[in-house]
Structure formats: structure tokens, C-alpha cells
Design a protein around this ligand. Structure first.
Ligand SMILES: [Cu+2]
Length: 132
């Protein structure tokens, strides 16, 4: 086996690791989102909304807030696995680092209808704040 073959194999292995670390959480989040909004969901909280970030995504992946009102989300990343180190609100131009086990507040104003999406730095973990 040549030196280049060995380097190539390690590179491929690293790529597979990086890819699988991002893809698994995304499918888990998609599953969680369909379960997150059952009929008769609880009323929105008026205080800050806590969202935990781990290897499988955002918990909860879908939160609710009143239309047209300011809302504060507090994100805490509790796992070094996965790719939740960065938090992005694409439509608001917000990009924040999430240090491990440190609460990071994000203030935003809800639109009149619809939802505001948030993702990891690579748009693989996904969540949303839905107008209620
Ligand atoms: Cu990612």
C-alpha cells in the first residue's frame, strides 16, 4: 500500500465521520417536528423559551410565540457531538456561537403569521418558532 493510499483512506474515513455526524441529527429533528405540534398543544409561555441543543437537534424543535410580539429564546448546547456549535436565524441575519453548557439568549420579534426558522451553522439541524 502506498503512502498516498493510506492518506486517502484516512481522508475518506474522516469525511464519512463528518457526514454521518450531521445527517443523523437532521432526520431525528424531522421526526421530532412532526411529533412536536399535536392538536391541543399547551398555551405559549410569555417568558423566555428554553431550547436545548444536543447531537440529535433542538429540544423542542418547534416552539410557539404570540404574533407580532417580542420573544426571547434561550439556547443551551449540552453535547459536543453533532453540529450545534453555531446557531443561525437565516431570515433575520442572526448567527451566534453556542459555547458548551452556556445559555445564549436570542431576542426577536415574531411576524404576524408563519414561523421563524433556526438552524445549525450548516443548515442541518433545524427548528422553528411558530406564531400561535
Ligand atoms: Cu450541521
Amino acid at each position: 500500500m502506498s503512502r498516498f493510499t493510506v492518506i486517502g483512506l484516512f481522508g475518506l474515513f474522516g469525511l464519512i465521520l463528518a457526514t454521518s455526524a450531521c445527517e443523523k441529527p437532521a432526520s431525528a429533528v424531522a421526526k421530532a417536528q412532526t411529533l412536536a405540534s399535536p392538536p391541543g398543544a399547551p398555551a405559549p409561555s410569555t417568558g423566555p423559551i428554553a431550547v436545548r441543543v444536543d447531537a440529535s437537534g433542538y429540544h423542542p424543535a418547534s416552539v410557539h410565540a404570540p404574533a407580532g410580539k417580542p420573544v426571547r429564546l434561550v439556547f443551551t448546547r449540552t453535547s459536543d457531538e453533532g453540529c450545534g456549535q453555531q446557531l443561525v436565524f437565516p431570515t433575520l441575519g442572526i448567527r451566534k456561537d453556542l459555547p458548551l453548557n452556556q445559555a445564549v439568549a436570542v431576542d426577536l420579534t415574531m411576524p404576524a403569521s408563519g414561523s421563524v426558522a433556526f438552524t445549525c451553522g450548516m443548515n442541518m439541524l433545524r427548528g422553528s418558532v411558530v406564531v400561535q
